[in-house]
Design a protein around this ligand. Sequence first.
Ligand code: NAD
Length: 323
Amino acid sequence: MTTQNSSSITFPPALQDRRVLVTGGAGFVGRSVVAAFRANGIPVTVADLKPFETDDSEIVAIQGDLRDAEVREAAFGDDVAGVVHLAAITSVLKSAEQPQETFSNNVQLTHDLLELARVKGAEKFVLASTNAVVGDVGTGRITVDNSLLPLTPYGGTKAAGEMLLSGYAGAYGMKTCALRFTNIYGPGMGHKDSFVPRMMRAALAGSGVQVYGDGGQRRDLVHIDDVVQGILRAWTQDFTGPAIIGAGHSISVLEMIEAVRTVTGAELPIEHVPAKTGEMPAVIVDISRSKEDLGYQPAVSLVEGLETVWRDFLAAQSERVAG
Ligand SMILES: NC(=O)c1ccc[n+]([C@@H]2O[C@H](COP(=O)([O-])OP(=O)(O)OC[C@H]3O[C@@H](n4cnc5c(N)ncnc54)[C@H](O)[C@@H]3O)[C@@H](O)[C@H]2O)c1
C-alpha cells in the first residue's frame, strides 16, 4: 500500500536507485514498506522466513532464516545501500515464554546484520523498535529522552538492538535510526492477535470483545501509512538516533471500540474481565522531536485508518467465501 505521504518523499541522489534490504519484508509492516520503496523506484531485496510472491523484477526475494549466515549473505548481495530491519519475534508473550529464542532473533541477528552492513560498506540501518523500551511510565508522556527501562524480554531485546545501532554509528559512522513504534494498525494485519484485528473479527462474526478492567487504558494507535512514512523519512534523512513514530494522540480502549462500531456498523458488545496484572495504564507519546528530526507528520485519522482495515477484512472474507 502506498501513501501520498511516502510517495512524495525525496530520495537524495546518493540513495536513488540504490537497493534496500528489507528484513521481515513478508510481514505486516514489511509488505507496505516494500510497496512504498518500489513506488519510489527503489529496488528492494526482501528476506523473510515466509515466501514473498511478486512479479516485480526489481524485487529479489530470499526465503530463509536470517540467523543462518548463508541466508544473510544471499540477502545482502554486493549492492545494498543499507537495511530496514523489521524481522523479529514480535510477540511480548512469546518473548517471555522463549527468551533465548527472542535474544537470538532480536539481538544476535541485529548485531550480525549490522556487522555485515559494516563489512559490505552499507551505511544505512533502520531498526523497528518499540515504545516498550521505556517500560511503564504510568500516565506520563513518553519522550525520546526517557530512560530505557524495558519490562519484558521483547522490550529488552529491542533496547539492546538500539544500543548496538548507537555503537555502530559511533564507531563506524554508520547512519543508524531506531524507530520506536506505538501500536501499528492497518490493512494486512489479519494474521495478528492484537486488539484492532480482534475487534474486526468480532464485527464480522457478529460477536463481542473482552475488555480488561474498566477499558480506560489509553493507547496510541498509529496507521501503517504513517509508519511507512516514518521509515522512508528515516531512510532518506541524514539522522542518527532514536525517534518515536506514533499518532501522537492516545485514546482509551472504550473509545477504540466506539470508533470500530462507527466504522463497521456492528454492535460489538463488550464483556469486562479482570484487569491483567502489569498492564500499562497508558501509552502517551510525544512525537514533536520526530517532526523536528525526521520531518515526520502523521496524516491518517483514526476513523479513516479503521476504514482501511475494515475494507481489508471484508475483502478477505469475500475471497474466503468465493474460494
Ligand atoms: N506491529 C506493531 O504494532 C509493532 C509495534 C512496535 C514494533 N514493531 C516491530 O516492527 C517490526 C515488524 O512487525 P510486524 O508487525 O510487521 O510483524 P510480523 O510478524 O508481521 O513480521 C515480521 C516478519 O519477520 C519475519 N522473521 C522473523 N524472524 C525472522 C528470521 N529469523 N529470519 C527471517 N525472517 C524472520 C517473519 O517471518 C515475519 O514475516 C518488528 O520488528 C516488530 O517488533 C511492530
